[in-house]
Each structure stands twice: as structure tokens, then as C-alpha cells.
Design a protein around this ligand. Structure first.
Ligand code: NAD
Length: 318
């Protein structure tokens, strides 16, 4: 069994570390948010105060951090992972970042004599809980990829070696761009069905075996009482926040600009997420885009008066 350092015990890191603990590994975790750290401790993670404490003697170090700037901050600098990790510690970043940040991680790791694999994930919090995540691995070294496969196995449903440095992140960005365009389609379809008087569950059953089927429709349907575990069943508290969705969609649009690929649908999805952020809803779930389809801006299942101060605190943090 291995000792694993884990930085970032949030919506994804929390359940993912629990599976590593259940597989028999010792997991030493760090999070700036005491609530996230306490929840992980409940699931068997040994919570420590610093990255240095987590890294000591670790076989692997995972990061699950909100945005590229958090990743650069945690890996870089004198108290960062690159400065402190030992050569035997395999470094894996599961965060969704831009290609440049991922390549920076690979080159800095190499400059420090360390081994890094980009290892972004898909499947949402439901996939994290069910240890059915898709891992997209990027790296040149076959031995690193083999070791990465072993470390991610307790959390994974599928694992793909996508190519060289940054290839996992490239796959992730293209995938998530498709996801957020899909969220828009599902949102508009769900609200049209509501206003046309359809029973939400009957309509969902129809779509589920018809050509409107999609992953967000199956997992994130934005009408309460249909899925049972969707954000719409919990006043649209975030399983995947508007802020993180905006980040992913923005990174994909940025990659489109770099490569010359035209992405009008992704730009529209991005503008809808920006609208929600301008309304102060960045910490809520990204499926709140359904609100933008509603004729009067209200949405069944969403009561703004119930929004907790913790959601506001979350937004301030990320
Ligand atoms: P999250 O905000 O819930 O968790 C991130 C955690 O990192 C927070 O608890 C935060 O306190 C912590 N953190 C930030 N800076 C830190 C630092 N310097 N040191 C220690 N901890 C720090 O985010 P999440 O939803 O768990 O997502 C994590 C990553 O996974 C993101 O890059 C996201 O895009 C990606 N992702 C999320 C989902 C999803 O459905 N939520 C799905 C796939 C991928």
C-alpha cells in the first residue's frame, strides 16, 4: 500500500480521496477550507497543515484545485510541490487547467528531476462518489503513465493515455466544451417542455431513449424531482459551479483562438455563464443556465432566498 499526498479536498478531491483510503492507501490531505478538510477527515484522510507535511515520503502527490492560478501557486515557489517533492513521488494534476499551465507543470517537473502526469477527470461529483471517473493521462514517459494508471485505479471507471505532455488536458477541454454546449441544449429543452405542459419525468424518460439524450440530461437534468441527486434537487447548490464551468468553457474558447478553430456555440455558452456570474450566481450550479431560458427568469427548484452564506464564501474563495 502507498502513501499519497493530496492537495485540494473539495467537491471532487473529497470523494476521490475516500476511495484511495478504502483501497488501503494512507492519504495525507491539505485544504485551505476547514470545512472541506474536516469532511475529508471524516472519510479517513489524515489532514495535515502544509504541502511539505503531505509530501514527506509520499509515493504520489495528487492536486485537485479550482483554477490554473491555484495550480501554479501550489506547484511553484519555495514552499511549492516542485521545490519540496522527492524524486520517487509521482505528481498528478487532476485539475482542469489551460494547456500552457499543464505544459509548464511538465517542464518545471523535469527541470526539478521530478515526474509529472496531467490527469484531468470527467464524470462530475457523481462519478467521483461512484469511483467511475474517466481519467485522461498526458505524459511522455511510459513508466510514469503505468504508475499513474495504478494510482488512479481506485477512483476510475476508464483510464486513457491521451498522448504527450498536456494531451490529457487537451482531451478534457474539448470534452467539457461539448458538455457546456450540451447543458445549454438540455436547459432550453427542459424549459420548453415545462411551458408546453409536459410532465418532467415523462419527458425525461422520452429523451433518455431518444435523440435528445446527453450526459448532462441523464445526470444534471435541471428540473427537481427527476434525477433525485441533481443540483436541481438541492436548490441548485453547486455540484459543478458556474465559476468552474466558466473557467473550463473559457479555456476551450481560448484554445480555439490559439488554433484558429471557430467555436460560436462555445462562445454562446460562455456568455450565458458570464451572465450568471454578473448576477452574483458564480458559486451556484452551472445548470442554473436553465434560468436564462425561462420567460420571467424564475426557475422551478430554485429559491434565491435559500442561498446559503457558505455559497457566497465559496465564491469568494475561488
Ligand atoms: P472545489 O472548489 O470544490 O475544490 C477545490 C479545493 O481546493 C477547495 O476545497 C479549495 O479550498 C482548495 N484549495 C484552493 N487553493 C488551495 C491551496 N492553495 N491549498 C490547498 N487547497 C486549496 O472544486 P472541485 O469541484 O472539487 O474541482 C476541482 C478541480 O476538478 C477543478 O479544476 C475542476 O474544474 C475539476 N473538475 C471538477 C468537476 C466537478 O464536477 N466539480 C468535474 C471534473 C473536473
Amino acid at each position: 500500500m502507498s502513501t499519497i499526498a493530496w492537495i485540494g479536498l473539495g467537491h471532487m478531491g473529497g470523494p476521490m480521496t475516500a476511495h484511495l483510503v478504502a483501497a488501503g492507501h494512507t492519504v495525507r490531505g491539505v485544504d485551505l477550507n476547514p470545512a472541506a478538510a474536516a469532511a475529508a477527515a471524516q472519510r479517513g484522510v489524515e489532514v495535515v497543515a502544509t504541502v511539505a507535511d503531505a509530501l514527506r515520503g509520499a509515493d504520489a502527490c495528487f492536486t485537485s484545485l479550482p483554477k490554473p492560478e491555484h495550480v501554479r501557486a501550489v506547484y511553484g515557489g519555495p514552499a511549492g510541490i516542485f521545490a519540496l517533492a522527492e524524486p520517487q513521488t509521482l505528481l498528478l494534476d487532476t485539475s482542469t487547467v489551460d494547456i500552457e499551465t499543464s505544459r509548464w507543470c511538465h517542464s518545471e517537473a523535469a527541470a526539478h528531476g521530478l515526474h509529472f502526469v496531467d490527469a484531468p477527470i470527467s464524470g462530475g461529483t457523481a462519478g467521483a462518489e461512484a469511483h467511475s471517473l474517466t481519467f485522461m493521462l498526458g505524459g511522455d514517459d511510459d513508466a510514469d503513465i503505468s504508475r499513474a494508471r495504478e494510482f488512479v485505479a481506485p477512483m476510475a471507471g476508464s483510464v486513457f493515455a491521451c498522448g504527450g505532455p498536456g494531451a490529457g488536458v487537451a482531451a478534457k477541454l474539448a470534452n467539457n466544451m461539448m458538455l457546456f454546449i450540451g447543458v445549454m441544449a438540455m436547459s432550453e429543452g427542459s424549459q420548453l417542455a415545462e411551458k408546453l405542459g409536459l410532465d418532467a419525468k415523462v419527458f425525461w424518460d422520452v429523451v433518455n431513449v431518444s435523440s435528445g439524450f446527453s450526459w448532462p440530461q441523464r445526470t444534471w437534468y435541471p428540473v427537481p424531482g427527476v434525477i433525485g441527486t441533481a443540483a436541481s434537487d438541492d436548490n441548485f447548490d453547486a455540484t459543478f459551479s458556474v465559476d468552474l464551468a466558466r473557467k473550463d468553457c473559457g479555456l476551450a474558447v481560448q484554445a480555439g483562438h490559439t488554433t484558429g478553430v471557430r467555436l460560436p456555440a462555445a462562445e454562446l455558452a460562455l456568455s450565458q455563464l458570464d451572465t450568471l456570474i454578473a448576477e452574483g450566481l458564480g458559486a451556484k450550479d452551472c445548470t442554473l443556465v436553465a434560468k436564462l431560458a425561462s420567460p420571467d427568469g424564475t426557475l422551478r427548484g430554485y429559491d434565491p432566498s435559500l442561498d446559503s452564506s457558505s455559497a457566497i464564501a465559496e465564491e469568494a474563495r475561488t
